[in-house]
Design a protein around this ligand. Structure first.
Ligand SMILES: [Zn+2]
Length: 133
């Protein structure tokens, strides 16, 4: 049986706590509405066929993927690297998948615009909620 030192146990505990906080574990905005919609369309969860369950899972996965992408976009400064989003002053050379090793790349006008819009939308959402989040 494995014996852990105090430091190892503390590290394991931290990892477990951290895992519980991963964004993917939290319901994303719109998930409750999506579930309600599917229950309206297909009846109680218990009565769903495998096909319906798979369709629902795919819809939730898409919702989560969109939320994560939005979240990432929001945290990127408009002039962040065109490949990885890291600001120029702290970029140097980086490895990111799938771009590989690269120096800071001028973001396209579309990227800058999308990032500015995402940040503005995030600010508007936060002030509507009174900053509570
Ligand atoms: Zn980069």
């Amino acid at each position: 049986m494995a014996e852990y030192s105090q430091a190892q146990e503390a590290a394991l505990r931290r990892m477990a706590e951290h895992a519980a906080e991963l964004p993917v574990r939290r319901p994303v905005p719109g998930e409750a509405a999506l579930t309600a919609q599917w229950q309206d369309d297909h009846g109680d969860l218990d009565s769903w066929s495998e096909e319906i369950v798979l369709g629902y899972a795919a819809a939730v996965a898409q919702l989560r993927a969109d939320a994560v992408r939005e979240d990432r976009l929001r945290s990127v400064e408009p002039d962040g690297c065109g490949l990885c989003g890291i600001p120029r002053r702290e970029h140097a050379r980086r490895w990111v998948s799938p771009a590989g090793w690269h120096a800071w790349v001028q973001p396209s006008n579309d990227q800058i615009l999308a990032r500015m819009k995402a940040r503005r939308a995030a600010r508007a959402t936060n002030s509507r909620k009174g900053g509570a989040r």
